[in-house]
Ligand binder design. Structure first.
Ligand SMILES: [Ca+2]
Ligand SMILES: [Ca+2]
Length: 315
């Protein structure tokens, strides 16, 4: 937030009616919000999720479909169309309100076709513990985006762009596992909960794969150019390789005037441990958010600095 003592409003919640009106509502009410003292809004993920017009946005299907293509049962997202989204951002900015986008890069859901490949089952509760031999599995890992037909990006996603799923069409019964794909490792530099918390849900992106990194970089540039968004709220940061965070998030935020806020999910016990280990709040920051936070703090945004300070006080 650029305003001193600014107020950011989360301009959505999980149970918003899925009627496609949120973007238009924001556009109409932006002056009223500004008059009430709101200086920034945090908007929900704006791209098409696997549940189409009902998806809150965290079940990411197609990053390039902001409510423009007939995919997953509708053109619009839960909140409206691409044009309405861009117009809402412009209206908010004209009213003096900064707009933050929610960006979910950890996973994808709703693949268009099944693929067969080899994988090793791991315990969902301990990702360092295999619970069976490598087997041939089948999952929804091929994303073709048939409604978009290559516009903006021609990349189709295949199983090799991911490193894990928690579904196997060949597995009958209630066998519960996270399947690590053959030739892959779980991404490192993630939260150590569950023995390494790379995998959260759906098809987990392999952040080590060059095509994945390149596609996400390209998407970030496209998205910033299209929306003129002011900043970001990154989802599921603790499940994403910090090395990617350093490159990706700082790239997204490197456009002059852009901000890079983060999703911080860490318990007080771990906070205290970090403080004990490092004996310095300043030194603790890289512990929380390894490389990116440094980049972020160099960009000197007060909001995040204050958030960290508040967490330290609480601990
Ligand atoms: Ca992950
Ligand atoms: Ca991964």
């Amino acid at each position: 937030m650029s305003a001193p003592n600014g107020v950011m409003m989360q301009y959505f919640h999980w149970y918003n009616e899925p009627d496609g009106t949120l973007w238009n509502e924001l556009a109409q009410r932006a002056p009223e919000l500004a008059q009430a003292g709101i200086t920034a809004v945090w908007l929900p993920p704006a791209y098409k999720g696997t549940a189409g017009g009902y998806d809150v946005g965290y079940g990411v299907y197609d990053l390039y479909d902001l409510g423009e293509f007939d995919q997953k049962g509708s053109v619009r997202t839960k909140y409206g169309t691409k044009d309405e989204y861009v117009a809402a951002i412009q209206a908010a900015k004209q009213a003096g309100i900064d707009v933050y986008a929610d960006v979910v890069l950890n996973h994808k859901l709703g693949g268009d076709q099944e693929e067969e490949f080899n994988a090793t089952p791991f315990s969902p509760d301990n990702r360092s513990q295999p619970i069976g031999d490598r087997v041939t599995i089948k999952g929804w890992t091929h994303f073709t985006f048939p409604g978009r037909q290559g516009k903006y990006s021609e990349m189709e996603w295949h199983w090799w762009h991911f490193n894990a799923i928690d579904y196997n069409a060949y597995e009958q019964g209630d066998f519960d596992a996270v399947y690590l794909f053959e030739g892959k490792l779980f991404d490192h530099q993630v939260d150590m909960e569950k023995g390494g918390f790379d995998y959260l849900m759906g098809c987990d992106l392999d952040m080590s794969h060059e095509e994945v990194r390149a596609e996400l970089m390209q998407w970030g540039e496209w998205y910033v150019d299209l929306t003129d968004i002011d900043g970001f709220r990154f989802d599921a940061v603790k499940h994403v390789q910090a090395g990617f965070s350093q490159i990706g998030y700082s790239t997204y935020a490197s456009t002059p005037g852009k901000d890079c806020s983060r999703s911080v999910s860490i318990g007080l016990t771990r906070l205290r441990r970090c403080i004990t280990l490092l004996r310095s709040p300043a030194a603790m920051l890289p512990c929380l958010m390894p490389p990116c936070i440094t980049t972020f703090l160099q960009r000197a945004k007060v909001a995040m600095t204050m958030t960290c300070a508040a967490s330290l006080t609480a601990a």
